[in-house]
Design a protein around this ligand. Sequence first.
Ligand code: ACM
Length: 533
Amino acid sequence: MRQHRTPRLLGTLLLVAAAGVSAVGAAPSAPDRTVTPLSRVVPAPASVDPGGSPYRITSGTRIRVSPSEEARRVGSYLAGVLRPSTGYRLPVTDEPGGDGIRLRLSRADTAGLGAEGYRLTSKKGAVTITARESAGLFHGVQTLRQLLPAAVEEDSRQPGPWPVAGGTVTDTPRYGWRGAMLDVSRHFFTVDQVKRYIDQLALYKINTLHLHLSDDQGWRIAIDSWPRLAPYGGSTAVGGGPGGHYTKAQYKDIVRYAASRHLQVVPEIDMPGHTNAALASYPELNCDGVAPPLYTGTEVGFSSLCVDKPVTYDFVDDVIRELAAITPGEYLHIGGDEAHSTSHEDYVAFMERVQPVVAKYGKTVVGWHQLTGAVPAKGALAQYWGLDGTGAAEKEQVAAAARNGTGLILSPADRVYLDMKYTADTPLGLSWAGLVEVRRSYDWDPAAYLPGAPASAVRGVEAPLWSETLTTSPDIEYMAFPRLPGVAELGWSPASTHDWDGYKVRLAAQAPRWDALGMNYYRSPQVPWPTGK
Ligand code: ACM
């Protein structure tokens, strides 16, 4: 399998060194390739104005960046993508003027682009990406990748040419929260596996990685003040395998890597339920003072922190303090789902005590939507994971909280839970929320989804991937692709672009890119894949 970007960069350096002399020599013979239309991008850009001559990357192309460290970082990232396949040197320079690939940070003509938007203009001689912030440049670079031939994603030298259609793309996101959740508790995924997924999420302008770090089956983050949590509570996984956990240094490495791809990390410690791994590690956290055995099954709803014990709140304070200290992002997720072994009164009391702890350490609360059964803290976000068929009373509880100021992240399980099987024959995944083919996952509107919730309460969408049945990167990819790009499009693209018939054609055009990147994916019969796929 292809490794994530770090080994690839190493390969890039070697290749560039080897190609130093020949890069300006004769290019390998060029197959006739059609130029990708500016509109054939996922997520669909907000505005496309095609026309004029195409741009072409050549052996003499320079990547010209604004004189800023952030712009240079995006330029270096782009060079890392383009060098292996083109074989060109593609020096990154902040010398002003001149043709080439230009990454411009500007305050002058970018007021409408916001923090994540960009404008891409392509014509003979130059392709220019302009943005207000480096995140916009980075997202513009993802668009540029998709406008180039799919072979650009290969990690060995490919025949050109490398054209980019002429015209202008002006693009800003619909929602600020475009998330993916990875459950590293039911099965543990290594730092490299997480980085690989981050690279794949970045392709589609996802900006939030929610890590589900604790559950009944495993505690996955080192906590110094409760040192048995990770080595003991994280020592196993669903099915009884060896488990694992992140040291703080490893967690920080993930956070840094995600930031380099313009994703924030939102860590989740699920409580008061889904806590068997913690309860097994420390007898004093149990109401009866007896630690249960470690758990490797897949039931839910049987564990609870002991809401009446003072030590429970010492534990919660320590964990949140240590986790907040290594998390630069604004949010900390406290779970709150499926607390079936906690009485309603206890649940409300627990959330009333715990939410202020998150605020005390400078973070904003996110909880699964059951949090709306308590009193969500001011500014808290609730993550809705119900189904079309969820009862009206439960939906109304969430909608009422939204009318009252609680922001919503939409993760309807029968739409965007990436661990749901596509069909009855899907070898991986679960089906408790139903079978979710690609069209079903794409074909809904976040703004209109929850009856009674104001559209302004919707902060965005997130695609959770629970890992009871998943153990490898190809497993992750098979469940995420091709559904994840559809969720990314729901989060990024204006509602006016929403159209399954157009989307499925743009989605199909991604497959050669996934092949070039060595990614696994489900060849859904709903998608008109290029011949041979
Ligand atoms: C969940 O799927 N229990 C949030």
